[in-house]
Design a protein around this ligand. Structure first.
Ligand SMILES: Nc1ncnc2c1ncn2[C@@H]1O[C@H](COP(=O)(O)OP(=O)(O)OP(=O)(O)O)[C@@H](O)[C@H]1O
Ligand SMILES: [Mg+2]
Length: 603
């Protein structure tokens, strides 16, 4: 039996543990540290990872890469990516819509995706594990923020795969911390109802968790996978860039070396402010030979970051309900940024200062991941007897059919495993195909949905519109695998789409093999054609909602016409997938914004 690793893959640092003789052993790196900085330095032919790489930032700021977790699985043009970019000394470029880090080396310019950089870090973690165990390790449980999207999860799994690791579970940061906490509790104790707040360098997870003996049941979760210490550092950097300007009338924002040195000093000052009320800033020869001296008080820091702190508090409040907040027994803090006194004060205030607050050690998420890894590898340790983790799905899951209307099939915060079905029908008479698009999203942000996949049910026997009964079932199993099936209740014909480990690796298990082989362009054309046709039939058959205004009807008419003209002028034989997707996006955005307003039921 091989030993699976538990890896806490953080934004700023990484930690690896293994289950060893009935307890978790956190493995030290070559410097004797439990955590390894998530830094990769690519200078000339040398690649350094960890502490040594971090040491290269000052001398090679443009070749030293860090915080890639902020960019993994994200689109280059995403607003957050764009705003973060300006604070980093290395170059980020757009490659196929994804951010890539571009570095100049001996061989010339080289571009790396965030997955590639993460895989280098994971390779190092794997090596540490193997050196400790003296045997190869191929399996791992890796921590991720609860609100990581499908694309971010997929990218993390890809990074692990490139590092030679099979991800046996992606474990939420807050769940991993709860599991670690379980080990410290007397199993005979009463039910523990804990509020877990994990705030690291780049992400926030808040969870209300019930622990009974060895059963860890996540009840509610909230969070933001882009809120953490890096944001506080950004605020300080921005503040001192302005301060440098007012002192010396020089802009250092395009000097990567100066920016990095200032950033490091700001991070140090931020930590100082967790124990002192004032911190000095001193960077010799920061820019153009000018020494920079300044200072900041804790009050000023809190004012600079007040909106960020409010966001943290909002997420904490989201998990609190009258039913659970009065029963809460303890607050568990994990992650470096929970050291900030203001954050602790805000949280304590919510409970009138009455609840005990316990801080877990920085390696706790890796401990949780290692316990989960041992459990999933069927380790027979008596300590794992009765161990069970019941997690929830943080994002709601839904289906969008032609016309752009979204129907939620699984609400967020349901315990997994979970199964739910919805009946759909056709728009037009004799319609033989229904196209389903599967989405995940925050319940309060339906517009920010992420597409998990598209599939279609064809060969629906001819029937008047509304007669066929297509039952679509979403099933999330214990292993966090989403399986979507669609069944024509008249014919019993069934289609299945599997989203493995919710990481978006579509494992099509469809009756028609030809569907799989179908070219992406032809599929895109087909999807657009059906959506256009279905929307057209809504108008021609007078099925639009009665509440629709004339101007909205005209907008709908115009976008349908645009799509029809596009379809008639574009190449059927070798369609350009990007152009079809763009037209599909235009059609969908317009039609769904209009139809959703009028609460059209999905069909
Ligand atoms: N005493 C302190 N006061 C304020 N912030 C601190 C303190 N100590 C550490 N931090 C901040 O905590 C962050 C690192 O925390 P941690 O190691 O938990 O994050 P991570 O696991 O790398 O990131 P994440 O889990 O968000 O992906 C950094 O932003 C660091 O500046
Ligand atoms: Mg972390």
């Amino acid at each position: 039996m091989t030993t699976a690793l538990g890896i806490d893959l953080g934004t700023s640092s990484c930690c690896v543990g293994v289950w060893d003789n009935d307890h978790v052993k956190i493995i030290v790196n070559e410097h004797g540290d439990y955590t390894t900085p998530c830094y990769v330095s690519l200078v000339d032919n040398n690649s350094l990872i960890g502490e040594q790489a971090k040491g290269k930032v000052a001398s090679h700021p443009q070749n030293t890469i860090f915080n890639v977790k902020c960019f993994i699985g994200r689109k280059f043009d995403h607003l957050e990516v764009q705003s973060m970019m300006k604070y980093y000394p290395y170059d980020l470029i757009d490659k196929e819509g994804r951010p890539h880090i571009s570095v100049e080396r001996h061989q010339g310019q080289q571009d790396f995706s965030a997955e590639e950089i993460s895989s280098m870090i994971l390779t190092k973690m794997k090596c540490l594990g193997e050196m400790h165990l003296g045997a190869p390790c191929t399996d791992a449980v890796i921590t991720v923020p609860a609100y990581f999207t499908d694309a971010q999860r997929r990218a993390t799994v890809n990074a692990a795969r490139w590092a030679g690791l099979r991800v046996i579970r992606l474990l939420h940061d807050s769940t991993a911390a709860s599991v670690a906490h379980t080990l410290t509790i007397d199993v005979k104790d009463d039910l523990h109802k804990i509020l877990v707040i994990s705030l690291g360098a780049g992400s926030l997870d808040v969870a209300f968790v019930e622990i009974s003996e060895r059963i860890v049941a996540v009840d509610t979760v909230a969070g933001d996978c882009h809120l953490g210490g890096e944001d506080f550092d950004d605020r300080l950097v921005c503040h001192f860039v302005q301060e440098f300007w007012s002192q010396h009338k020089k802009d250092i924002s395009s000097d990567p070396h100066a920016l990095w040195r200032l950033r490091a000093e700001c991070e140090r000052a931020k930590r100082t402010l967790s124990s002192a009320t004032r911190a000095d800033i001193a960077v010799d020869y920061l820019h153009d030979g000018i020494n920079f001296y300044s200072s900041i008080t804790r009050v000023e820091f809190e004012a600079l970051c007040s909106d960020l702190f409010d966001r943290v508090l909002d997420h904490v409040k989201k998990v609190l309900r009258p039913t659970n907040s009065t029963l809460m027994t303890e607050i568990i803090l994990v992650g470096g940024s929970t050291h900030i006194p203001h954050i602790q004060t805000m949280i304590s205030k919510i409970f009138g200062g009455k609840l005990p607050i316990k801080r877990l050690h920085p390696e706790a998420p890796a401990v949780g991941a290692a316990v989960m890894a041992a459990f999933l590898s069927r380790d027979r340790s008596p300590i794992l007897n009765g161990f069970l983790v019941l997690d929830i799905t943080p994002l709601s899951l839904g289906i969008q059919t032609a016309g752009g209307v979204m129907t939620r099939v699984i609400a967020s915060s349901v315990h997994i495993p979970f199964k739910a079905s919805e009946i759909f029908t056709t728009y037009a008479d004799n319609q033989s195909t229904l196209i389903f698009r599967v989405f995940e999203g925050h319940k309060e942000q339906a517009k920010d949905k992420n597409l998990l996949g598209t599939f279609e049910l064809s060969d629906i026997p001819p029937a008047p519109r509304g007669v066929p009964q297509i039952e679509v079932t979403f099933e999330i199993d214990q292993n966090n695998i989403l399986i979507v099936t669609a069944c024509d209740q008249n014919t019993g014909r069934m289609k299945m789409l599997t989203v493995s480990e919710r990481v978006g690796l579509f494992d099509y298990n469809i009756n028609d093999q030809q569907d799989m082989a179908e070219d992406a362009g032809i599929r895109a054309r087909k999807t657009l054609k059906w959506n256009t046709l279905n929307l057209r039939s809504l108008i021609s058959e007078d099925k639009l909602p009665r509440t629709l205004k004339a101007s909205e009807k005209a907008s709908l008419e115009s976008v349908i016409k645009q799509a029809e003209e596009f379809l008639s002028t574009t190449d059927k034989e070798s369609p350009d997938v990007e152009r079809y997707l763009e037209m599909q996006r235009i059609l969908e955005t317009t039609s769904s914004s209009i139809l959703r307003k009028h609460d059209t039921t999905s069909s």
